[in-house]
Structures are given as C-alpha cells and as structure tokens.
Design a protein around this ligand. Structure first.
Ligand code: GLU
Length: 291
C-alpha cells in the first residue's frame, strides 16, 4: 500500500506532482494500492479550502487512489492514544518554554561554551531540554491552569529503550525509480533532540501522526521527498516504541525553484494551477518533473 500525504497549507506544486506520480507508478507496477491522506492537524497553517483544490489537481493529473481520503483531523483520538502510550513508558514531559525562551537558552549556552548552538538536521536550534526535570505536580498544576505547553519526547530515554535503530531505504536512480537495492540506513533520532509530540494548536506533531497513520492505513512503502530523509530516524524510533510495523522508505530528489531552493507553498510559476492555466497538460507536468 502506497500513499501521498499532502498538507493543505497551499496548492500543489511540481514537487508534489513528482511524489504523487512516483507513488501512483509504484502502486500500478506492483499491483499495489494507493491512498491519499490530508495532513491537516497543523491548525495554524491548514486551510480547509485547499483540500478540494488538492484533490481536484490530483484528479487532473490522473492519479488514481482509493477512497475514503483519510483526514488527520478525524483521527485525533488515535494520536492521543499513542501519546498516552509514550507517557506510560515515562518518555514524555510538558515543556512550557516559548520559542523565544528556547532561542535565548540556546544562545546563552553557545556564548558560554564559545561553540555554535547545536542544530537539528533541518538546521533549527536543538531544544535544550528546558522543563525536562520540572516537578510533575507543579507541571500538572500549570497545565490545569491552562498554561500553553508542548509535549516533548525524552529523547535520551527513548533511544535507550529502543536500542540501535535503522530503516530500510529503497535506492533510486536519478529519475527517482528504484534501482532494486534496498539498504539499511542507521537511524540517529537523537540528532533531533527532544522532539515535539503535541501542542495546543496541533494535538499531534507531524512525527507522531505520520507513524500512527502509516500503520493505520497499512502503508508498506513510503515514497516521499528527500527533505524528509533524516526525519525517518524519528519515525523509526516512534514505530519501535509504539509497536508499529516498519514500512520500506524511498526518498526521491526534490524539484528546485528558479532560485535553486526547495519549492515552497507559494510556488508561483511551479504551481500546478498556474501551469494548467498557462495551458500545460498532465503529460507536460510529467516532463517538467523529469519523468
Ligand atoms: N505532509 C508532508 C508534506 O506535505 C508529507 C509527509 C510524508 O510524506 O511523510 O510535506
């Protein structure tokens, strides 16, 4: 079972088209099936209006997938269940520190040690574990009083509990097609620090929701952009901790914009709608993404 999992915070662009087409191709070639999942639990950025536009663009591209389309916002109880499971293992803690407080703490640490602040594989400052050792009763009182907080993973304990981790990666040629080799990649989730599992405006983080959903939908192979390669380490860790099955992963090249950077949601001339309005056909899109 394959899946394409867009976030409805903008219209689809050529990068999404490559992912969707590679998934559809793999599904067709293996007699496998494909699903579409709308990753809409980021309350700040998700816009319901984009959902219909995304599905319309997929239809236009000729992507066949099974219904119903899963929407993460319909499954909040399953993410909550996973969070409770991790909490019962002693692997979570509430963190009340604002983003500004986290930044100040990392900068102070950098000034103290004279070394640049440690960063995660995406280049964001690593969370320094603020609030990790708060008194549980005091933390509970602050939560009861409505103080905003995020639930974070105690990465050191989680990694110790899970033991050495790796994932299966299907190698691809420059087009994004499988070479036939599946290798094991050593996973280093600790490089991400105490990742967020949930916050007030997003009852499950991307990492937590994606592993729960991939398991719930019986996804056996995850084909997605290379920008998520290192995040797979966190996904493997959560799968092991939650007792979820292990899909094979395949990360494909990214489509870059004219400025040489990864396409963003406001992809402008690389947006599928803009291309379609300018007369592009689905066959043109395939060519534009190099298929
Ligand atoms: N929703 C993510 C995105 O649009 C993709 C997540 C995934 O494929 O694992 O970037």
């Amino acid at each position: 079972m394959f899946r394409f999992a867009p976030s409805p915070n903008g219209d689809l662009h050529l990068g999404h088209a490559l992912s969707a087409l590679l998934n559809a191709e793999a599904a067709a070639a293996s007699g496998g099936r494909m699903r579409v999942r709308i990753e809409d639990i980021d309350g700040e950025r998700s816009r319901p209006a984009f959902v219909a536009r995304i599905l319309e663009d997929l239809d236009w591209l000729g992507i066949a997938y099974e219904r119903p389309v899963r929407r993460q916002s319909d499954h909040l109880a399953s993410y909550q269940g996973a969070l409770v499971h991790l909490a019962a293992l002693g692997l979570t803690y509430p963190s009340f520190a604002s983003r500004a407080a986290v930044r100040a703490a990392t900068e102070a640490e950098a000034a103290r040690t004279g070394r640049p602040a440690p960063r995660d594989p995406d280049g964001a400052p690593l969370h320094p574990g603020l609030d990790r050792d708060l008194d549980p009763a005091a933390a509970a009182a602050r939560i009861a009083a409505g103080e905003p907080h995020a639930m974070r993973l105690r990465m050191d304990r989680a990694v110790a509990l899970a033991g050495p981790l790796s994932w299966r990666e299907r190698d691809v040629d420059p087009d994004g097609h499988p070479t036939g080799t599946v290798r094991r990649v050593a996973a280093d989730p600790a490089a991400w620090g105490d990742v967020v599992l949930a916050r007030k405006d997003a009852p499950a983080s991307y990492h937590l929701a994606v592993v729960v959903d991939d398991a719930a939908e019986g996804i056996t192979e995850v084909i997605r952009g290379a920008d998520l390669f290192h995040a797979t380490a966190v996904h493997r860790l959560l799968q092991v901790l939650l007792g979820l099955p292990e899909p094979v992963y395949r990360h494909h090249r990214l489509i870059l914009g004219e400025d040489g950077r990864k396409l963003s949601k406001s992809a402008g001339s690389a947006g599928l709608r803009a291309l379609r309005a300018a007369g592009a056909t689905p066959a043109d899109i395939r060519r534009l993404v190099g298929l």
